[in-house]
Write a protein that binds this ligand. Structure first.
Ligand SMILES: C[S@@+](CC[C@H](N)C(=O)[O-])C[C@H]1O[C@@H](n2cnc3c(N)ncnc32)[C@H](O)[C@@H]1O
Length: 371
């Protein structure tokens, strides 16, 4: 499935994007196991108090590791360059499509918005300009949408990129089947891929979504409207949204927290509590790993993601004690675990439990209620 706002690749761009996808798969499936073996040979053993950091530092003296890490980074740069070509070639028509979108939902941009430092200091996933780029028209959103689908190797709902939103719905069905929100909010909505299925599932609710970049939000608004979904998109910071106290029944995030900072995660928890009405529910969906449970190589991989792919808070988000953070923010009945990734909209088949089934099969979820 696709949607009207998606930038269409021509033959050569499509070939390049498929090459990048296959290169990424090759680097992960065929070359990465060799790196794992090299890393394990450098392991100082369980008695060492900073094993992963020690191995990561030692790997930088191994040419095979430096080559692999460098080619991975180059594959990511090639991905964005190719998708940027696709978008730039059709930027005027994408802007025209955005302006011709059905009059659904709204868009509120703040010309004085201050972007959090963690998004300015390093552009997450090496996306040129980062999430907050104030690009003309809808360019940056179009780059993030098409680039995201290629980057996820099509495993987050193909070109709809809606696997995370579907999984938030799976979690609500599994743990909060009685919740019927009158007003709901997504923090860190990006191009709106997750809010669209959630807003669709609650057609009588007022759906609001925030993020930091004007171009991304322009695109998100047009994308949702072309899909027939009314969402109010607002340029705001998840740490301090500016919405009234107790004005939502559901607040959720999807892959937001690991792109912020340890301090921001604590502030976002408090903001969610402030925003929810009594009886309201918060859901944070995150990458399906818990740092302490990872094997040595996967902990080393976290350092690679940080340094070679600008993932600023991956370790902070996967190490955080969410039950403690939610409780400190005032929430009760915390549910911490893994939700099966929803496939083909089948919410009933998605279970919530203590074990991750792996990347793209499960998502980590921390949820709770305000009383
Ligand atoms: C990986 S994307 C996920 C987008 C979307 N939730 C989804 O599931 O497709 C993370 C998003 O969080 C946003 N973000 C990071 N920090 C933020 C903050 N403090 N306030 C608002 N949005 C933020 C980024 O701009 C980015 O669009």
């Amino acid at each position: 499935m696709t949607h009207p706002m998606l930038a269409q690749a021509n033959h050569d761009e499509q070939a390049e994007q498929l090459f990048v996808r296959d290169l990424k798969q090759y680097l992960t499936a065929e070359v990465e196991p060799l790196q794992r073996g090299i890393a394990e040979a450098l392991d100082p053993g369980p008695g060492h108090n900073a094993r992963a950091e020690h191995v990561y530092a030692a790997l930088h003296h191994v040419p095979a590791f430096r080559s692999w890490a460098g080619v991975r980074r180059a594959s990511q740069e090639l991905l964005w360059q190719s998708v940027w070509d696709t978008v730039e070639r059709q930027a005027p028509s994408l802007d025209g499509l955005a302006q011709a979108a059905p009059a659904l939902g709204s868009l509120s941009l703040d010309p004085h918005f201050t972007v959090p430092d963690y998004l300015e200091d390093a552009h997450v996933h090496l996306m040129p300009g980062g999430y907050s780029l104030d690009a003309d028209g809808v360019r940056q959103g179009a780059v993030m949408d098409r680039g995201g689908a290629v980057y996820m190797l099509g495993r987050n709902g193909g070109f709809m990129n809606d696997g995370r939103g579907q999984t938030v719905l799976g979690h609500l069905a599994a743990c909060y089947p009685d919740l019927v929100p009158a007003r709901l909010l997504e923090l860190g909505c990006g191009i709106g891929a997750s809010i669209v299925p959630v807003a669709r599932a609650f057609p009588d609710a007022e759906s609001v979504a925030i993020d930091v970049g004007s171009s991304m939000l322009r695109y998100a608004h047009a994308r949702a409207a072309h899909l027939g979904v009314a969402v109010d998109f607002v340029q705001a910071d998840a740490e301090a949204t500016g919405f009234a106290d107790e004005s939502f029944d559901l607040v959720f995030s999807a892959a937001l927290l690991h792109e912020t900072s340890a301090e921001a995660i604590t502030r976002i928890m408090a903001e969610c509590h402030r925003l929810l009405r009594k009886g309201g529910v918060v859901v944070h969906l995150e990458v399906p790993s818990r740092y302490a449970q990872l094997d040595l190589w996967t902990q080393v991989r976290a350092e690679v993601e940080h340094d070679y792919n600008n993932e600023p808070a991956w370790r902070a988000a996967t190490s955080a004690d969410y039950a403690a953070l939610l409780t400190a923010a005032g929430f009760v009945d915390c549910r911490i675990g893994f939700q099966d990734a929803v496939r083909n909209g089948d919410l009933a088949a998605s279970h919530f439990g203590p074990e991750s089934k792996g990347t793209f099969l499960s998502w980590f979820v921390a949820s709770a209620r305000k009383v």
